[in-house]
Write a protein that binds this ligand. Sequence first.
Ligand code: SAM
Ligand code: SF4
Ligand code: SF4
Length: 376
Amino acid sequence: MSRLAIGRHPVVMGRVYDYRKYADSLRERFKEAGVARSPVQKKLQLARAYFSGNPVWCSWQVNYRCNFRCRFCNYWIDPMGDRPELSPGEFHLGARKLAELGTLLISLSGGEPLIRLDIVDIVRAVGRWHFPFITTNGWFVTRELAEELFAAGLWGVSISIDYADAERHDRRRGMPGAFQRALAAIEHFTRARRYKWQRVNWMAVLMEDNFDQIEPMLKMAAEREAYFMVQPYGVRKTGNRRYVAGDRGVSQHLLTLRQRYRNFLSNPYFLSRVDQALNGGVPGCRAGRGFFNIDSTGDIAACVEQRDRPVANLLEHSPPGILRALRRDATPRRCTACWYNCRGEIESLYDPLGVMQSLPTLLLDRGRAPTLATRE
Ligand SMILES: C[S@@+](CC[C@H](N)C(=O)[O-])C[C@H]1O[C@@H](n2cnc3c(N)ncnc32)[C@H](O)[C@@H]1O
Ligand code: SF4
Ligand code: SF4
């Protein structure tokens, strides 16, 4: 590029520019794109959100379409699957808007999020200001896609596997080959990590028949440098109580395993309340205050199970307006219907001991799980 300054007017490619106009247009373009935050800035902005009493976690459903037929989830027949989904440009605009409230831990989920061919662009857009995570059934993961997602700034990924036994997992997920593809997905992501903070996580739903599978799954995850998390089956998705886990001694068993296995990431605060969750529910839900949900259409609700009662829309309302609507909706909240990870892990941040136990997970760049699983 030839560049010749004439007084205050630079000549760029033969065109004369006015400095002020040039600077204004640059500023506008910067504002339009939104200046990205560094990992340290994101952590500070996350702390700002927390100390201002703003939500710190957002579940953002990128779709409701799914290639699986899981028995315990009905998203694959959800009519929302036919509604138009937000574009990457709208994710960009929405994420920039949310950045005014601080930085959020954003779980990109669905449906099956990797069905979307533009998922890498979505991750890149969200990752400019926030910490993007993905939860996936693992089916569509290839080495290339794992590399692209981590290169785009994905902070962490959870691959859902509910049994250590291929046949049982495939049957419950209604998809032959699901187990092998999910294991391969964990391996692809583990190899594709490029920054030390990028985390690969094995995510299991605790159901009526997989209590004995937790320990073998922990071991298999550790062998693949993956962390492990678990959440109890919630009845809201299907209305069916058939898959609810047994209700006694679950917490103690999980806490004992957590003591033994260094890759067991679930917070002790969360695990210690699983029994209560299975015996009538944990009160004091912070949906709408500590965390909230955005649908594939941009509608905002307290949590994914309240999505038929949206309180605002990401593209239509201002950040303070969204916050006000969520707060209005949150008091009082008596629902005790779930003890999902997003709920329990975030609520642990509002408990003095829970927050101390969460800090290493949140602040340390410990993406690679310890391969030597046990503490013994
Ligand atoms: C709804 S899925 C969407 C992402 C992706 N399709 C998957 O299965 O990982 C998000 C997480 O919720 C879990 N899940 C699905 N139905 C559930 C239920 N009824 N109770 C608790 N967790 C459930 C899934 O196993 C997964 O870890
Ligand atoms: S749990 Fe995930 S993979 Fe299974 S039907 Fe629901 S969205 Fe699909
Ligand atoms: S307990 Fe809270 S997060 Fe769970 S379904 Fe009810 S309102 Fe939603």
